[in-house]
Ligand binder design. Structure first.
Ligand code: C2E
Ligand code: MG
Ligand code: MG
Length: 741
């Protein structure tokens, strides 16, 4: 900055400027005396005199009161020659008091004159009223009067300048503060014009131009006020008044301020080789004080200009994805807002949110560097194949593509990734899912457009990898009902609407009840039972499943402890856990805490996990399950056979129990018979697991399962899910009837 400051030197007045006569204002003297002759004599004595290059202007008052009235009005009076004795013996002194304390005129210099030495005021009064000089009228010869007045004018001038600079500095501080708050170069530049104009006390009329870092030859007007208004964005050379263009260009070239008689051109240097020149016209000559102020203003303003760049840069960053140098989600939202608001081509335009399938697994497997490279390639592919579309990265592995033409067909996106990408020299086949929304179908702003695209994307994902779904209105209704359910579910536990039920699990070898599966129930405010299949997946999409999971676990363990107290020892309880819970880093610790708090032995707790848990990655999941098993906790694989990759990961997961899904048990009564169940039972046994059939509803199913060597059964035939007290009674009365099995 020091270097820049040094360059803020003022040029001498430009000799080439047309030589307008500069007439400085005269000094104003007020003569107060009740003797007309004194006025005359003074006028005569001071005729033709100049002080510090300026002439004198005399004002006259013939009484203290008249002088007071005159001084009460706006005036430039710098020195007062004041008679002591007028209306009264001390009318002059009284007037001094009123000038200083009532009118608050502190700068004006006062010379007291009196006819006789005896009328001199006390020394104390001279000090108190800041009286410049005291002379008897006889003492004031022409020369004496002249020197006295020169001294008084010098004193006044100094005081006046000090006061002006103080006011000016205050103005600069206020001006800089005002400008810092301006975000954006144009507003800033307009501000500069206004502030310069106000510093030198002229109307806000002027120009600011900028020399860009990239094309230094291009000097463009970036702000213009007053009669220059029409020149904005024009090249400086096209300004019709050559003196203005040349001042601006010279200022930029010589990197310094140019103060001419009736104009100022200030040089403002900013970062990255950018510089500005601000030109302001002045009808009055520009004084030294103002020059000093402008210099201070300039160094302040350079800092403001840097700030503007900083703000602009921050703004840019707020809308750019720095990894891919692509617009980000906020930029896409802004773009959508603009297009939706303008109407325009929105009848044919569409937004697609394209999500790389399995992106997080790819990241886990190959590392984040590879993931980043993949994203770079995907971005390049999208930009290359969809050149007319607005492409943005909207989240980790998802891109938004906004096309203005109606060519946005679902297949179109799929084909973009038909050929493999090359990442770090390796060919990588890629599948993407996409959710598409036509802007014409959007009611609302950019964010509702996004929301709809995500709803469609979710649908696409549910169909499996590589799918594309176009949003339709009905999807939103469903999404709304989901969010309504989530809202109601949030308070449900506090309102006591949730409760656990327990369904017995029977050992087929001896017919004894060996365990219970805890199942969550929700009876809403209207008394309707909402099935868990409806609300659990919604809870899984928010953190709510974590608190629900903790709660049902505690309820289950409490129930087991109470049943043990009532004589039903050695019962196990099976609790369903969601993959969201498994992802918690302190999941095992939470289980330990719940077991410790209820005093239940770990081997009486079984956790049911479904295949969705494989989303954790089989390696990580296997390690977690192994850790839980070393604590004694049992693991069951729930709904086995429904996921397509079951067999692929079954032998990798350490589990104790395999639960055959109800859909296969149902088939046992049908024409196809037993093939799948027949396979699953020995498979589970070979992997060292117990096999349990769920959803057993008929005697026939039970018989076949026994024949197949299934270890356990659960189903309506044997016992429905029951609230705790009902279950407790059931265990005491009905359970013993099973040995017949
Ligand atoms: P699931 O874990 O496979 O639970 C077995 C489901 O089968 C239960 O449905 C149960 O009521 C039902 N069921 C049992 N025997 C029969 C039968 O003989 N016939 C028929 N038709 N159905 C039978 P429910 O209670 O509606 O639960 C559905 C699913 O919701 C559960 O399937 C489980 O995945 C989930 N769920 C329930 N409670 C919880 C919970 O506390 N936490 C988690 N994460 N999920 C839960
Ligand atoms: Mg279950
Ligand atoms: Mg199940």
């Amino acid at each position: 900055m020091a270097e820049a400051d040094e360059q803020l030197v003022f040029l001498d007045e430009d000799p080439s400027e047309e030589d307008l006569p500069v007439v400085d204002r005269p000094w104003t003297l007020l003569i107060v005396d009740d003797d007309i002759d004194v006025h005359e004599a003074t006028r005569y004595a001071l005729r033709g005199i100049e002080v510090l290059g300026r002439s004198l202007e005399l004002l006259h008052a013939y009484s203290a009161e008249e002088a007071f009235q005159l001084l009460s009005r706006p005036n430039d009076v710098g020195v007062i020659l004041l008679d002591v004795v007028m209306e009264t013996n001390d009318a002059g002194l009284q007037l001094v008091d009123r000038i200083r304390s009532q009118l608050g005129l502190a700068q004006v210099r006062i010379i007291l004159r009196t006819g006789q030495p005896g009328q001199a005021p006390e020394l104390d009064a001279i000090r108190r009223y800041d009286i410049n000089d005291y002379k008897t009228k006889s003492e004031l010869t022409r020369t004496r009067l002249f020197t006295t007045i020169v001294a008084a004018i010098r004193a006044y001038d100094q005081l006046h300048r000090m006061d002006e600079s103080r006011k000016g500095l205050e103005k600069i501080v206020a001006a800089s503060n005002g400008l810092i708050a301006q975000h954006g170069l144009e507003t800033f530049s307009e501000g500069v014009i206004t502030q310069i104009a106000s510093l030198i006390g002229v109307p806000a009329e002027g120009l600011v131009c900028a020399r860009g870092g990239l094309s230094p030859d291009e000097v463009v007007v970036i702000a213009a006020a007053g009669r220059y208004g029409g020149m904005i964005q024009r090249n400086v050379r096209t300004i019709s008044e050559p003196r203005i263009a040349s001042a601006l260009l010279r200022c930029l070239e010589e990197r310094r301020n140019i103060v001419e008689k009736r104009s100022v051109t200030l040089y403002i240097e900013a970062v990255h080789g950018l510089a500005y020149a601000a030109f302001v016209d002045s009808v009055q000559p520009i004084h030294d004080v103002d020059r000093d102020l402008l210099q201070v203003f300039c160094s302040n303003i350079s800092r403001c200009a840097d700030n503007i760049h900083l703000v602009d840069e921050l703004k840019r960053q707020a809308f750019v994805d720095t990894l891919l140098e692509l617009p980000n989600r906020s930029a896409m939202l802004r773009e959508l807002d603009i297009r939706l608001a303008s109407g325009g081509d929105s009848s044919t335009a569409a937004l697609a949110v394209i999500d790389i399938d399995q992106f997080s697994s790819i990241n886990d497997m190959f590392g984040h560097r590879f993931g980043d490279q993949l994203l770079v390639q995907v971005a390049a592919r999208l930009r290359g194949r969809l050149p007319d579309c607005f492409v943005a990265r909207v989240s980790g592995g998802a891109f938004g593509v906004l096309c203005s033409r109606g060519t946005l067909a679902a297949e179109h996106f799929g084909s973009v990734f038909n050929d493999p990408l090359e990442v770090n020299g390796i060919e990588q086949a890629l599948s993407v899912s996409s959710g598409i929304v036509r802007l014409a179908d959007v009611q609302g702003d950019g964010s509702s457009c996004f929301q709809n695209a995500y709803i469609a994307l979710k649908r696409a994902k549910a169909l499996g990898a590589g799918h594309s779904v176009i949003y339709s209105g009905g999807m939103s209704d469903e999404a709304h009902s989901r969010s309504r359910i989530l809202g109601q579910l949030q308070g449900a536990n506090a309102r006591g609407e949730l409760f656990p039920v327990f369904q017995p699990q029977i050992d087929l070898t001896d017919g004894r009840v060996v365990g219970l599966e805890a199942l969550l129930r929700w009876r809403d405010a209207n008394g309707d039972l909402i099935p868990p299949g409806e609300f659990i997946p919604i809870a899984e999409q928010s953190a709510l499943i974590l608190s629900l999971g903790d709660w049902i676990l505690r309820q289950s363990l409490d129930a087991l402890r109470k049943l043990a107290e009532r004589g039903h020892q050695q019962l196990k309880v099976a609790v369903n856990v969601s993959v969201v819970q498994l992802r918690q880093s302190d999941f095992a610790a939470r289980l330990d805490a719940a077991l410790a708090a209820t005093g239940v032995a770990p081997d009486l707790l079984e956790l049911e996990i479904t295949e969705s848990a494989a989303a954790l990655g089989t390696g990580e999941l296997a390690a977690l399950l192994e850790d839980l098993r070393t604590r004694g906790i049992r693991i069951a694989i729930d709904d086995f056979g429904t996921g397509f990759s079951s067999l692929a990961y079954l032998d990798k997961l350490p589990a104790d129990c395999l639960k055959i899904d109800r859909s296969f048990i149902e088939q046992l009564d049908g024409a196809q018979g037993t093939p799948i169940t027949e396979l699953i039972v020995p498979l589970g046994h070979r992997l060292g697991m117990r096999v349990l059939a769920e959803g057993v509803e008929t005697e026939n199913q039970l018989r076949i399962l026994r024949q197949l060597g299934c270890d356990g059964v659960q189903g309506f035939l044997l016992g429905r899910p029951m609230p705790f007290e009902e279950l407790s009674d059931w265990l005491s009365c009905s359970a013993p009837s099973f040995p017949a099995l």
